[in-house]
Design a protein around this ligand. Structure first.
Ligand code: P6P
Length: 340
């Protein structure tokens, strides 16, 4: 069969690098190594449901090998591969409390923060899950191990960010500041091909995504905004927005990015330990905020701060997140500032 001459993600990355004559290729190498991990995680994700059937339940499989839960597998896969890529100085993972050093002697000029498998509770019910990553340039001197300070940088200083969504197909979506581009994995050849060049989030917002089960825990202004989204506005001839909430951040974000939508995970009073909501700044909100802004959207907290401007204070800091089509995020800001 004559396959169309698709643009592979490696070709796309080298085209991006050509835009920067002074580029050393280090960032390209970080991205290319991450892509290898994405392919292995995709293969495992497709097998995750079979673990029990294939006698791989429990902690050891029939070969006596330790069977890892998918998020543990994904974390180890990314951590081990990236520690040796030679272009990172330090990493942070949703799965690890502290900073993750790179292999001594392999220190490079970038940092990597990642959520290896976001939404892992959805694996057992076969709902799409995702890996999210964020790259910054180091602040500390080259040649030394990186520090936590290298990781605690605001989203507006990211040099790359993206996610892989493991769904009906596996897609990689990322930005290096020159727009957002989507690639679909052809598992038969193990290549990601450019399938969604220069993604722009539609101005026409079709969906709103929020867990309405927590309505009683929200601030009243948030309740009023979500009520507004569900109302018919005969003056403006507006019908209600459609509600879509998968409970898997990458899947919800990806649908809204492609079709137009707003996702909200606001502060709530359901868990006194998580007053500012459940989602993390460093490796969830900030990378998705960089992507959505590159695609023409917006990302704020529920007290009107731009996600990208927040100076992180800790690796696993949580933030409220309102992200998606710009007009609806602007509208949310109006309601939340009491003007809606
Ligand atoms: P809730 C998955 O556990 C996750 O971290 C995100 O992927 C998702 O958006 C959110 O939590 C769902 O949380 O409280 O609505 O179940």
């Amino acid at each position: 069969m004559n396959r169309p001459l698709g643009i592979t993600v490696n070709r796309h990355i080298s085209d991006l690098q050509r835009l920067h004559p002074k580029a050393t290729g280090a960032l390209s190498s970080v991205l290319n190594e991450l892509i290898v991990s994405a392919k292995t995680i995709s293969a495992e994700a497709n097998m995750a449901g079979l673990a029990d059937i294939l006698g791989m339940s429990g902690k050891t499989n029939i070969q006596g090998e330790k069977v890892q839960k998918l998020d543990e597998y994904a974390n180890n896969s990314i951590k081990r591969r990236m520690a040796r890529c030679g272009h990172l100085c330090v990493m942070a993972s949703e799965e690890e409390e502290g900073i993750i050093p790179v292999k001594p002697g392999y220190e490079g000029s970038y940092t990597l923060a990642f959520d290896p498998v976001d939404g892992s509770s959805n694996i057992d019910v076969n709902v799409s899950i995702g890996t999210i990553f964020s790259v910054h340039s180091r602040l500390s001197p080259d040649g030394e191990p990186g520090t936590e300070k290298d990781l605690l940088q605001p989203g507006n200083r990211q040099v790359a960010a993206g996610y892989i969504v493991y769904g009906a197909s596996t897609m990689l979506v990322f930005t290096t500041g020159e727009g957002v581009h989507g690639f679909t994995l052809d598992p038969s050849v193990g290549e990601f091909y450019l399938s969604h060049p220069d993604i722009k989030i539609p101005e026409k917002c079709k969906y709103f995504s929020v867990n309405e089960g927590y309505t009683n825990y929200w601030d009243d202004r948030m309740r009023r905004f979500v009520k507004y989204l569900k109302e018919v506005d005969s003056e403006q001839g507006r019908l209600p927005y459609s509600s879509r909430y998968i409970g898997s951040l990458v899947a919800d974000f990806h649908r809204n990015l492609i079709s137009g939508g707003i996702f909200l995970y606001p502060s709530d009073k359901k868990d006194p330990d998580k007053p500012t909501g459940k989602l993390r700044l460093l490796y969830e909100a900030a990378p998705l905020a960089y992507l959505v802004e590159q695609a023409g959207g917006r990302a704020i907290t529920d007290d009107g701060r731009e996600i990208q401007d927040i100076e992180p204070e800790s690796l696993h800091q949580r933030v409220p997140l309102i992200i998606g089509s710009r007009k609806e995020v602007d509208m949310a800001e109006k309601f939340l500032s009491g003007k809606g």
